[in-house]
Unconditional design. Structure first.
Length: 384
């Protein structure tokens, strides 16, 4: 789950990272009254989950509450990289003498957290990585954690003032706690700003939470923005299905992540494009099948290309084929499909499943290869 900047800053503040006070507004009027209560110059910032908001006109300084109203109105009318701006952060503005970059990410190759720091902050870090990679300092963090002398050593060459080394190191140690205790896969500050008075501050915040740790963070629920989740993704999360929407038109309902990957590979192999990754998991539950079909068909049209064919690929082990068949039948009775359906199932209770399907005029194959080719062929007929 990606956090909005204002949420990420709340998290930072909880761990003691210096951020400037601010509040989120959904209307220009709200923005004006927040600006009034903060007093002085404020910055109005689009709350959308993409970078480069500044360049897109989504970050503006306002010296008066009326100016805050105007900027908020303009920014709330923007769509940045395809995302409509629904809320803005109105925060006390800082004067900036210097901008650095600081982040901690999960380095999957080294299987360790990785600190990235650059004195070229404020700008797109991908751009720095492309044009001047030597300007990004990278340090893996051992699993014992980060020591304060290590944090200081990282900043020593980049600040003349030892007081600022201390402030930056303190922020890094706190960012480490945000990352580690907060179960992040990314915690980023860009810019890490230095004011003319020499104070070091986090002026922007980007956090990606590791969804695998959701079970131990009750508070994450309050951060989930219903606007940021598609109906399909929400239903999948609620029913415990692993679901990723893709660009193709062959909907795939599979049990087990490995089989799901293999199915997608095979769809591609035969010239098709999978519409999704969807793992209904190992449990036998007709309701999961119903939800899966709802997700695949309900999402179509609203997000990306419509699905032109649906493939069930079930290898019955713990998952019982008859339960899947019941789910399919149940679901079709509730809402008939308008696209071809191809079912492959084999394994536990396969015969009962086949009978249930046959009673409802449906057939099933045992061969994965055949099923994949068949669904692609039928989908093409739909297109033609
Ligand atoms: P991003 O473009 O989406 O990364 O949004 P940022 O929050 O990083 O803002 C972009 C740029 O706006 C920053 O690099 C700063 O230069 C500027 N900016 C953001 N907040 C302030 C502020 O409080 N005061 C001033 N003077 N500039 C700011
Ligand atoms: Mn930024």
């Amino acid at each position: 789950m990606n956090l909005q900047e204002y949420q990420a800053k709340e998290l930072f503040a909880r761990f003691g990272i210096p951020v400037l006070p601010g509040q989120v507004a959904r209307t220009p009027e709200e923005a004006r009254s927040i600006a009034e209560s903060i007093g002085g110059t404020v910055v109005i910032k689009a709350q959308v989950l993409v970078g480069g908001r500044g360049k897109a006109g989504g970050v503006k300084l306002a010296r008066t509450p009326d100016e805050a109203f105007d900027h908020a109105r303009d920014i709330l009318a923007l769509t940045i990289k395809g995302l409509p701006v629904r809320q803005v952060l109105v925060a006390q503005a800082a004067d900036i003498a210097r901008e650095l970059y600081l982040s901690i990410v999960l380095d999957r190759a080294r299987k360790l957290p990785l600190i990235m720091m650059s004195s070229e902050g404020g700008v797109d870090i991908e751009e720095v990585a492309r044009t001047a990679p030597e300007k990004i300092v990278r340090r893996n963090v051992p699993l014992r954690g980060l020591r304060s002398y290590e944090a200081r050593a990282l900043f020593q060459p980049h600040f003349a003032d030892p007081g600022q080394v201390g402030q930056a190191a303190d922020i890094l140690l706190k960012l480490w706690r945000v990352f580690w205790e907060g179960d992040c896969s990314l915690a980023e500050i860009n810019p890490l700003a230095v004011t003319p008075e020499g104070k070091v501050l986090a002026l922007d915040a980007k956090v990606i939470l590791d969804d695998n740790a959701e079970f131990r963070h009750r508070e994450w629920d309050t951060w989930r923005d219903p606007d940021d989740e598609t109906p399909g993704a929400r239903l999948a999360r609620e029913r415990g299905l692993s679901y990723v929407k893709l660009d193709g038109d062959i909907g795939c309902v599979v049990n087990g992540a490995g089989l799901a990957m293999a199915t997608m590979d095979l769809v591609k192999h035969y010239g098709g494009e999978p519409a999704n990754f969807l793992d209904i998991g190992g449990s036998s539950n007709p309701d999961k099948v119903t939800a899966a079909l709802k997700i695949i068909t309900g999402d179509a049209g609203r997000e990306g290309a419509p699905v032109r064919g649906i493939l069930f690929n079930i290898f019955g082990g713990i998952t019982r084929c008859d339960d899947v068949a019941k789910g399919i039948v149940q679901s079709l009775e509730q809402s008939p499909l308008s696209v071809p359906l191809v079912i492959r199932l084999t394994g536990t209770n396969e015969d009962i499943a086949r009978q249930i399907l046959a009673d409802h005029g449906l057939g099933a194959t045992t061969q994965m290869d055949e099923a994949v080719r068949m669904v692609i062929e039928k989908a093409q007929e739909v297109t033609a």
